[in-house]
Design a protein around this ligand. Structure first.
Ligand code: G3P
Ligand code: CA
Length: 245
């Protein structure tokens, strides 16, 4: 199979939305990704003090909002009142943090056929009950076939599969994790989400051969993308989909 044919097979997911050009994990970044023609978006979920699912990468709000402190210590209302755009550029002042519910509703709008990769950010703070809350929300909107759940937290992914064996799960790893296939099997994962270093290693090739598609983050250079396409990865996650499409 030639490279050009392979290029058409790989799917592009916008990492934290179109986060190279817009404030990460905001509705503006997600809409821009849809407009750019990607196949999916990746986003990060943390949980508020009152048990709501909020889209933000860090455990603390300090880096990407105008507030300070931990997501887990603030209520949904407090989190939704923060500015999540001004840190990136004054053009985006007024941009808020989205809830997961808002993103799922947006996914159901006409013309939106994106796949949504929901990363559970529960490897640093173990949010009690997060898995069931996420799956219940997905159920409520009947979006089971359009979502992928990923996490660095293997026991959490096992819980996800125990609650709903049909939901697609990606085991998320950093670097060249030599026991990735073993852990992915133990979880019952459908894929491995990894960095280029793993995908381009013998471990990565072995994973593909053993039936684990690779979804690779975060790829912002065309040359790396082309190497990955040649290797046969399924998904490339990028901050700059407009440059890689
Ligand atoms: O899901 C892939 C990637 O987003 C994991 O790393 O730190 O960007 O959430 P991070
Ligand atoms: Ca992420």
């Amino acid at each position: 199979m030639g490279v050009s044919e392979r290029v058409e097979e790989v799917s592009i997911y916008a990492h934290r939305g179109m986060s190279g050009t817009f404030p990460e994990n905001t509705m503006t970044a997600f809409q821009a990704a849809l407009d750019a023609g990607v196949e999916g978006i990746e986003l990060d979920v943390q949980m508020s003090k009152d048990g709501h699912l909020v889209i933000i990468h860090d455990e603390q709000i300090n880096r990407t909002t105008n507030g300070k402190g931990y997501v887990k210590d603030l209520t949904l209302d407090e989190l939704l009142g923060l500015d999540a755009g001004g840190w990136f550029s004054s053009n985006f002042i007024g941009e808020g943090l989205p809830s997961l519910q808002l993103v799922l509703e947006w996914l159901l709008e006409e013309g939106n056929d994106l796949t949504l990769n929901i990363e559970l950010k529960n490897d640093i703070i173990a949010y009690e009950g997060m898995e069931r809350k996420v799956l219940d929300l997905i159920d409520r909107y009947q979006l089971q076939d359009r979502v992928i759940i990923s996490s660095f937290n293997a026991p959490s992914l096992k819980k996800v599969k125990a609650i709903n064996p049909n939901i697609s799960v990606g085991y998320l790893i950093a670097g060249v994790k030599q026991d990735a296939i073993k852990v992915a099997r133990d979880i019952g994962a459908d894929a491995i989400h990894c960095q280029p270093s793993f995908a381009l290693s013998t471990y990565g090739r072995d994973a593909i051969e053993k039936g684990f598609p690779l979804r690779v983050y975060t790829v912002n250079e065309r040359a790396v993308k082309e190497q990955l396409v040649e290797t046969g990865v399924e998904v490339i996650m990028t901050d700059v989909p407009e440059q890689l499409k």
